[in-house]
Design a binder for this molecule. Sequence first.
Ligand SMILES: *Cc1c(COP(=O)(O)O)cnc(C)c1O
Length: 474
Amino acid sequence: MQYISTRGGTLGQFSDVLLEGLAPNGGLAVPEHLPRLGADDLERLRVLTYPQLATEIIGLFATDIPRQDLARLTDAAYGDGKFAAEEVVPLTAIDDLTLVGLSEGPTLAFKDMAMQFLGQALEYVLENRDGVLNVVGATSGDTGSAAEHALRGLDRVSVFMLSPQGRMSAFQRAQMYSLQDENVHNIVVEGVFDDCQNLVKRLNTDLDFKRAHSIGAVNSINFGRISAQIVYYVWAWLRATDAIAEADRSSHHVSFAVPSGNFGNILSGHYARTMGVPIRRLVLATNENNVLDEFFRTGQYRPRTSADTLATSSPSMDVSRASNLERFVFDLLGRDPERTAAAWHELEERDEIDLSAELGRFEAEFGIVSGTSTHDDRLATIRDVHERTGVTIDPHTADGVKIAREQLEDGIPMLVLETAKPAKFADLIQEALGESPELDADTRALLDAPQRVVEMPDDEQQLRAYISERALHA
Ligand SMILES: *Cc1c(COP(=O)(O)O)cnc(C)c1O
């Protein structure tokens, strides 16, 4: 399978785009064509465990990795003990909806689903190429901890993660700072998240420094992550149809509701649907930062600046520039790289893209509908689900449930992706229910564990020196 840029040109195979997500022309890596899954293929996949299914699905994209090797990688990512639930991704019925549990991993949020695989795959590719990778990133919480838990203990990858002093919750601090692995470097910057991100950006514009120290990223545009996320859409459809008579299964459509920020999770759903998984609708839920809801309602894409991005109570969705949207627009524009490049040129010139001429196709052709959920909606939804079913959901999942209920259709099961565990957001749960979520023994131990960080002023020279000294070299 060859990969191409959404703005034109070829980029190599899966292993190549794993290390370099962004094409030199600014476009994103996408497969030259999407593989198809027919009804027979889906039935064949029904008997597999989650790691086995991951091997089959990711294997359609990673044709340059031998199957036995891929099976080892998916087993290391999703095998025994890595995820709290034995089935890795459990389905739980709540009333009129079904939750798809994507937060059973080590950091209790859905980013583990993709990141655990990506860590294993990176180590494998670097081993074959005798290379190393020093991941430098900035985090305000979830992404950083998922990356660190996926990369910890690897031999050929190290991670330098910048986080803002005093801005992270006790739980987030514990998840990151308690890691004692030698290849994990937590750098606490005297500043806010934007300061951390600016430091990373400045390092990344210095190509000599980047090359000399093999610096890279594992951000949400990485196609390895997108491919690993397709797996659970297939898994959820299979589990939702296990009880249905075999002859009727292939015509049994389900809808998915997806709490969204960078458009990574729902993009994987779009790919699963295009590949042939019987998905009726993809219901996109945003919080008050509703740039994507606006796009799917009007066809106008108007990203906002970080100054205009609100800090909400579903913080992992506080995104106003959806980095994966370009991949969807590429498909929308008939996979035409020239039209896609022109659209992003328009974005640079005018800070917006007008695709209102295509508006009628969003739902009719791609099944995408959307909605916005607010702080009050989150509180009411968490309370309502708790009262009716006894299940406590986290604020991001609550955004999904709120919009899912607006889009219910007779006879079509609605599956809501649960993107985090409530224990991560104790303050909001307290506000909604008047009681904090119960912490299990592991979580309590985590909060008490010793922490290891280095503190640093907002100073590029100090950061460079620190990384130069500790980066891995081939
Ligand atoms: C990252 C994240 C999201 C948003 O996912 P995207 O792929 O960025 O759209 C939603 N919920 C949680 C808990 C997350 O960590």
